[in-house]
Structures are given as C-alpha cells and as structure tokens.
Design a protein around this ligand. Structure first.
Ligand SMILES: Cc1cc2nc3c(=O)[nH]c(=O)nc-3n(C[C@H](O)[C@H](O)[C@H](O)COP(=O)(O)OP(=O)(O)OC[C@H]3O[C@@H](n4cnc5c(N)ncnc54)[C@H](O)[C@@H]3O)c2cc1C
Length: 441
C-alpha cells in the first residue's frame, strides 16, 4: 500500500559550508527526498559573499575545547582520506605563537583522544610545544623575526594544515548536484508560513515561491537581518536572534610572491599569532596558494550596526549585493600590514598586499554553532554561526545537521548548539566584535 506520508523535502537557504554540507549529507542519506539549495550567489561565481568562499582556510584540530578538538579530528580524517575532499587539503603543519596556553590544552585533548604518534618516552612527536629559541629555527627560520613578546612555547602541530576553500566549496556543491540536489541562484526575501504557523517555504526577491517540509537557514552573517524581516512581517518577536548571534567582520589580504621568495616560503606551515586582546583575537598567515600568493587575516573584529526597516538596531553586512566586501578602509588595510609584521618582521616589509576583503561571519557569544530547530515555527531550522572557526568542519557538519533534523543528535551537542541555551557574557570573548565598522573608516 502506498504511504500517505508526504515525501520529505528540504529547502536550505545559504550555500556556505553549513548549507552545502547539509545538502550533501541529506541527499546521501535520503536519496528519495527533494533537497533545494538556494543562494544569492551562483556556486560557480568568480567571487561570492559567503565566509566559506575564500582562497584558503585553516584546517586544524588544535582546540582548547575537547568537543571541537574531537570534531575537528573527525573532519580531518575525512579531509585526508575521502576522494571528494582530499584533493583540496594540504597538511603543511601549523605554528602557533600563543600567549594563552593553547599548547598545553591542545596536547591534553589530543592525548585524551589517543591521537598523535609518541616517542619512546611517551612524548608526542608531531604535536609539541617548542621553546621559542628552538622554534625560530624551524621551517627554514621563516618566522625568526615574528613577535614573540610574552611567549614561552610555540605549539607546532605537523598534523594540521589548510584547504583550498573555493575549490572544495565548488566540488562539494557539484557532488551534491550529482546526488540530485537542486541548486537555485536567488535571494530569499521572506519565509512562507502555513495557517498553523509552520514554516512551509521561502519567497525570493523575484517573487518565486519554493515549498518544503523543512526550511533550514544556513545564511551566515545575514541571519539576524533575515529573521528581523520575518519578525517584522509576522509581528512575532520570537523570530529575532536577540543577543544569540552577531554579524562580525574580519579583513584578509594577499601578496603575490616572486619566484625566488615563493621558493623560500614554499615549506611554511600555517602561522597563527595571538596579539594584545585590545586588537582582537589573533592574526595569521596561510601557506602559498598554487599561484604563489600568501594570505593573512587581521586581528581587528568589528560589527556594522544599522537601523533595520523595523526600527531595530542590528549588526549586518553592508546592504549592497556584494556586502561591500572589497571596499576596505585604510585602518583595516593597516591591520593586515600589522599581521604581516607580527608574523614575518622585516622579511615581509616589501611585499605588496592586495585584494583586501572584509569577510562576514555569524558569531555567537560562546563561539558555539547554532544547529537547532527554531522554536518560533515548526519546520524552521537554523544551521550556521561558524563564529570564525566553522569552515574546517565542512566534510562532516552536515551529518550533524541531519541528525538534528532527525532528532538523533547527541544530547550534549543538542544542548550546546541549541537556539535557546545559556549564553556567557560576550565581553569575555575575544572574537566578539566591539568596534563599529563606521568608526574604522
Ligand atoms: C576572515 C575569516 C577567516 C576564517 N578562517 C577560518 C579558518 O581558517 N578555518 C575555519 O575553520 N574557519 C574559518 N573562518 C570561519 C568560517 O569561514 C565560517 O565560520 C563559515 O564559513 C561559515 O559558514 P556558513 O555556511 O555559516 O556561512 P557563509 O559561508 O557565510 O554562507 C552563507 C551563505 O548564505 C547566503 N545567503 C545569506 N542570506 C541569503 C538570502 N537571503 N538569500 C539567499 N542566500 C543567502 C550567502 O550568500 C552565503 O553564500 C573564517 C572566517 C572569516 C570571516
């Protein structure tokens, strides 16, 4: 007898790592379901607004938090072995110039997970805390002029690395399409609700309507703005993100190295430098791309508070279609120069840094993701809030979103990633933006 149950259908808004990974895992687990992935930018576009679209991203399991350490180890295993992900992953190692004791905590976490090859005396060989003088000689001495003020040990983890972000994003989307996911290029303007208040679909700026049994918002930094619109339209403040999520920006920039310099830096690992908390959480430099470009991210983290049509004050990316991400004020250009000096000292002084970009992400006070039903409406779910560290989980995060949708997410993760959960005071969090973009102009 035919089932009277309607087939499961999913609309995912936002094709960054959270949305794309979810689409891929849904299409794999439920091949008979209908999965539609909607994004304002085509997955083939030359440039996109997604935080997930980038030249490269760090893939590391060096976390103070044992839960994210475990999840990142799980993701890295996939990065290393799976033919879909492996071509985009480079295990160059990482070099942490840390002032906050990450080395000890990360080593404890790896030991607890039984990870890391050990020498005869039980010390980990590939993941280790190295005294500064010794560390300066590693990797051909490329970091010998870095700022080590207040640093005792450098955490060197040869099992960390980075990935070609846009390459992996495009390949994963193409794999999802192969598995039957429908990809739509459109800006979602509104959500659609049934008479019982359940969310049953979305409407695009062009007025196109898509319906499904499940609507998942993986809209990154745009989420607070979109839900503000929904609250305004429905007259229901329960949709608002409140102090759960803030849109925050960080600047990146790249330098094209000449052949000789590229050769000198060809063996460099990822470098992360923690700075004075006044400036922000950290800055970093990534190893050379295939076309010999070195990328930095800056330490200044900022918000962009605007008055919404609802009258509410909300931080959101600038209103233009490209989030004005290529219009970078001089102060933030300087922030990238500072990152270069903090890592390479005089070695990088003549490099010409170009392609400055402001990358917007959704950040939570605890830096935990939100992977949860939205309690304001049945059928509506949230899966986003990478909080400046979500990219590396690309191969596996969708599996966790699917578990959330199925109601089988581990209770600890369910609690940690819930829409409603205990929220720490964000001011204790170094990635919580305090500065306003307008004050940096
Ligand atoms: C500078 C910087 C460096 C980072 N470095 C790292 C790193 O090295 N390693 C790491 O693990 N993480 C890193 N992160 C964090 C990581 O990039 C993000 O946490 C992650 O990419 C967020 O993914 P997402 O899918 O939630 O959002 P996004 O990637 O931002 O995707 C959201 C998508 O939603 C779409 N969208 C939004 N609203 C709508 C709408 N109304 N209609 C249609 N489409 C819509 C957007 O177009 C976008 O494509 C970094 C972040 C930044 C900003």
């Amino acid at each position: 007898m035919a089932s009277s149950q309607p087939p499961l259908s999913y609309i995912i808004v936002g094709a960054g790592v959270f949305g794309t990974s979810t689409a891929l895992h849904l299409a794999t687990k439920y091949p008979a379901s209908s999965v539609t992935l909607v994004d304002r930018d085509a997955h083939t576009a030359e440039r996109r607004v997604a935080a997930s679209w980038d030249w490269n991203k760090v893939v590391r399991a060096d976390y103070r938090d044992p839960v994210y350490c475990g999840l990142a180890v799980e993701a890295q295993d996939v990065w290393r072995q799976d033919p879909l992900w492996q071509p985009y992953y480079r295990e160059t190692g990482i070099y942490w110039i840390s002032r906050t004791g990450i080395a000890q905590r990360a080593l404890e976490n790896f030991a607890r997970l039984g990870r890391g090859a050990k020498d005869g005396e039980g010390r980990m060989m590939k993941i280790r805390a190295v005294p500064v003088d010794e560390a300066k000689r590693l990797y051909g001495g490329v970091f010998d002029q870095a700022d080590y003020t207040g640093v005792e040990n450098v955490l060197v983890n040869e099992t960390s690395g980075w990935a070609d972000a846009k390459g992996a994003l495009r390949a994963a989307t193409e794999k999802a399409v192969e598995k039957g996911v429908k990809v739509v290029k459109a800006e979602v303007r509104e959500l659609v609700f049934g008479e019982d208040g359940a969310c049953v679909g979305v409407v695009t700026e062009e007025g196109e309507r898509y319906t499904a049994t499940h609507v998942i918002l993986s809209t990154g930094a745009f989420t607070p703005k979109l839900l503000d619109r929904v609250a305004e339209k429905t007259g229901r403040d329960e949709f608002l993100v409140g102090d759960r999520i803030i849109a925050a920006g960080v600047t990146t920039g790249l330098a094209q190295l000449d052949d000789r310099t590229a050769e000198e830096f060809s063996g460099m690992p990822v470098a992360i430098q923690e700075n004075d908390p006044e400036r922000g959480a950290s800055n970093g430099g990534l190893p050379l791309t295939a076309d010999k470009r070195l990328k930095w991210w800056g330490q200044c983290i900022f918000k962009n508070t605007q008055t919404m049509p609802s009258g509410r004050q909300i931080s959101a990316p600038p209103a233009s279609v490209d989030y004005a991400q290529w219009s970078v004020p001089e102060t933030l250009v300087e922030d990238i120069k500072f990152a270069n000096t903090a890592i390479f000292g005089k070695r990088g002084e003549t490099w010409k840094i170009t392609d400055h970009r402001i990358c917007w992400d959704a950040v939570t006070p605890s830096e935990d993701f939100i992977i949860s039903p939205h309690p304001a409406s049945k059928g509506l779910y949230i899966a986003t809030c990478g909080s400046f560290h979500g990219w590396k989980f690309f191969p596996i995060i969708g599996e966790y979103v699917v578990k959330m949708l199925d109601g089988s997410l581990d209770p600890e993760l369910q609690k940690r990633w819930a829409w409603d959960r205990e929220r720490p005071d964000p001011l204790g969090n170094k990635v919580w933006p305090v500065k306003e973009l307008k004050d940096l102009q």
